[in-house]
Ligand binder design. Sequence first.
Ligand code: NI
Length: 424
Amino acid sequence: MGSFLIVHSLLIFLLFLLSTALCNLDHTHYAKEIFQAAKREKDWLVSIRRQIHENPELKFEEHNTSALIRRELDKLGVSYSYPFAQTGIVAEIGTGSPPVVALRADMDALPLKELVEWEHKSKIDGKMHGCGHDAHTTMLLGAAKLLSQRKEKLQGTVRLLFQPGEEGGAGASHMVKEGALGVAEAIFAMHVDFTSPTGTIGSKSGPLLAAVSSFEAKIVGKGGHAAEPHQNIDPIIAVSFSILALQQLVSREIDPLSSQVLSVTYVSGGTVNNASPSYVEFGGTLRSLTTDGLHQLIHRLKEVIQGQAAVHRCTAYVSTREEEHPLLPAVVNDERLHKHVKRVGSLLLGPQNVKVDKKVMAGEDFAFYQEAIPGSMFSIGIRNEEVGSIHSPHSPYFFLDEEVLPVGAALHTALAELYLSEHL
Ligand code: NI
């Protein structure tokens, strides 16, 4: 009886080993297949990216970019809905039933003059794809092609979101409001990263990017001749005290282990040296790794400026101008989806090429999707000294290593397909 049990357990153990090995083999085979398929599309990907790069369009004006995407989707026979948030597109591939997973790319360029001299430089003066959104769009279109080639194998539905207005437009919030997520239960997105080599990614669970808001303030006093200060109410003094008092908010009121930024970035008031102005304007940026922290910081900012103005007999007007600059929530990655990114990244690129992303106090409107459903955003390396892909985004010298295009297309494809097949 005893020996029977031992043999029995041994058999079960061997079967387990065999199934794990087969499963790994299966996954390795899958990763190779996807990567090869993506590499076969490299020339096409490069040509799409160059067309978009040469014709950059600013937030909510991505009409030609959107038309190009729709043309390509038509050629692929992929169905889509349009428009969302003016120029946005949502394509769908798969069974048309749940589970539904979403992938997102942003399409807009920057008001920047490209200073890189190359054959496919921006043809529009003062506009440039200086943040890699041309690559994001291309990689998602690449995934549309690969996924449509594999549509019979998909065990659910992939929604591909081509979004306008990421740069200061909060395009994602409009996409969400207009129903772009449908019944998607998870969403992934990537952003190019010039600090990590091409062929690597970075991912992180929890807070990744800051909640961001900006403010502008006007302190009004009473202008007059500088020889008679007692006849005037000097707004310059009130602004000076306000700016100094604002420095205490992060250093004295916030837990030192949480992260916030409050920077006054401009002051403007007065034009001559013998008269006090009647008002002074100033403004800046507010950031916090938690959305609640940002709301608290805005609340205290208003109190401090109004209090300091009152002490100096002035009146203060403070605004975060949310209609033009909607407050961005913090990007907080879902633990389960982060693990999925890490695993799929390791499968495609090798575990040594999946790093831990650094937290940064920059903002991203991907946070609006994450307020609606779990999401994970990760970085994809583009650093390559040989081609000059060494400049930070928003630099007029920003230059993309196009080798990233098949890598991103393969990652998007595998993230979605494996999410669906392993969902249950
Ligand atoms: Ni960007």
